[in-house]
Design a protein around this ligand. Structure first.
Ligand code: BJW
Length: 229
């Protein structure tokens, strides 16, 4: 079934749950340049560093304080109300949409709680600590497990389904994303060309704010429940 409402979420929706965004002054990239941790080349050059970066984020996600906030919960209510007509496309690798009760979630940049094998391509629930010495439980290769995430230069997940939904949606909302990273930053133009109403909900105008018909500025945990109603 084609979804009528497409919601794109980014790091800003999880900020009030205690997960740092990427590009804020205290963001993740302040400590780690993207090219050091979020490219296949970085993983080839220093897999230990990349594993430590993602192991730490996995551990943080499991800490008590990190819970879905009012914005995640409001989107789960939206899905309940418009049964089958809402697709959440998230760039986030956390599981807060699922924990809030959303069912139709597409993780276009992968999932922190999964690992994949570069040798046999199996995808499984990740162990808390991935290391270069780890052995793939499926093909028994050593040193081939990596976080199931999409790095720069890699193909995002589910693009065919996403573009199909964008081309047929009547509402497109982007929440908590800076509009720096493509192809997600271009989704608003696809939805607008399809005749959808487009709305941006963000703390500050994004790089692509001019493409939206409506812009609502403020913290997601307040703005998203207000928008969902
Ligand atoms: C709040 C808030 C609150 C804060 N409430 N709001 C030139 C050179 C090289 C490459 C390229 C190039 N031009 C384009 C490319 C391609 C490249 C790209 O976009 N590069 C740019 C840097 C230019 N893209 C890719 O390589 C992608 N693949 C690709 O293009 O494949 C080929 C293709 C061809 C044709 C069609 C389709 C595809 C892959 C991109 C992978 C991105 N991966 C990462 C890491 C994932 C794993 C991980 O989490 O570690 O994904 S990078 C990082 O950025 C992460 C995020 O999902 C992504 C987006 O960040 P996001 O979510 O927007 O976060 P922030 O921090 O930037 O913004 C937060 C926002 O929230 C801010 O606006 C705040 O104001 C706001 N906010 N608090 C509401 N409380």
């Amino acid at each position: 079934m084609t979804q009528r409402i497409v919601v794109l979420t980014g790091a800003g929706i999880s900020a009030e749950s205690g997960i740092r965004t990427f590009r804020a002054a205290d963001g993740l990239w302040e400590e780690h340049r993207p090219e050091d941790v979020a490219t296949p080349e970085a993983f080839d050059a220093d897999p230990d560093l990349v594993h430590r970066f993602y192991n730490a984020r996995r551990a943080h996600l499991a800490t008590d304080g990190v819970e879905p906030n009012a914005a995640h919960l409001a989107l789960a209510r939206l899905e309940e109300e418009y049964d089958g007509d809402v697709l959440i496309v998230t760039q986030n690798i956390d599981d807060l949409h699922e924990r809030a009760g959303s069912r139709n979630v597409l993780h276009m940049h992968g999932e922190l709680l999964k690992m994949t094998c570069t040798s046999c391509a199996s995808v499984r629930e990740a162990w808390p600590e991935l290391t270069v010495e780890a052995v793939c439980p499926d093909c028994r290769a050593t040193g081939t497990l990596r976080p199931h995430v999409v790095w720069f230069g890699e193909m995002p997940i589910g693009l065919e389904e996403i573009f199909e939904a964008l081309e047929h949606c009547s509402v497109f909302a982007a929440i908590g994303t800076s509009g720096n990273v493509y192809p997600a930053a271009g989704f608003v133009h696809v939805a607008a060309a399809a005749g959808a109403h487009t709305v941006e909900l963000n703390l500050e105008p994004s790089e692509v704010t001019a493409g939206f018909a409506e812009v609502r500025l403020g913290p997601a945990a307040s703005e998203v429940p207000r928008w969902v109603g």
